[in-house]
Design a protein. Sequence first.
Length: 116
Amino acid sequence: QIQLLESGGGLVQAGGSLRLSCAFSGRAFSRYSMGWFRQAPGKEREFVAALYWNGAGSKYADSVKGRFSISRDNAKNTVVLQMNSLKPDDTAVYYCNAKWGYYDYWGQGTQVTVSS
């Protein structure tokens, strides 16, 4: 059974930074592609960033390119989303995602609020 636990959310002023972490509990972490998604009030969940298991690199939503960075530590079974130059539009619940073939897991989410 795979479990994902996000942490690091909070309230920050525009222009500030936050670092989100996702702890992966279970086996074969290195085989999973890991990603972050977010959902703002009244909006659908949207893709933010992903890091592929096979070294194929990373991908970012256009809205966060140059400001956010995703990384993983296979020894610690964690994935981190470093968020810089935050904007009020980044306010959302951020969800960690782990995907491998048919397997697709989600965390409970962590709230990020950016004040103007």
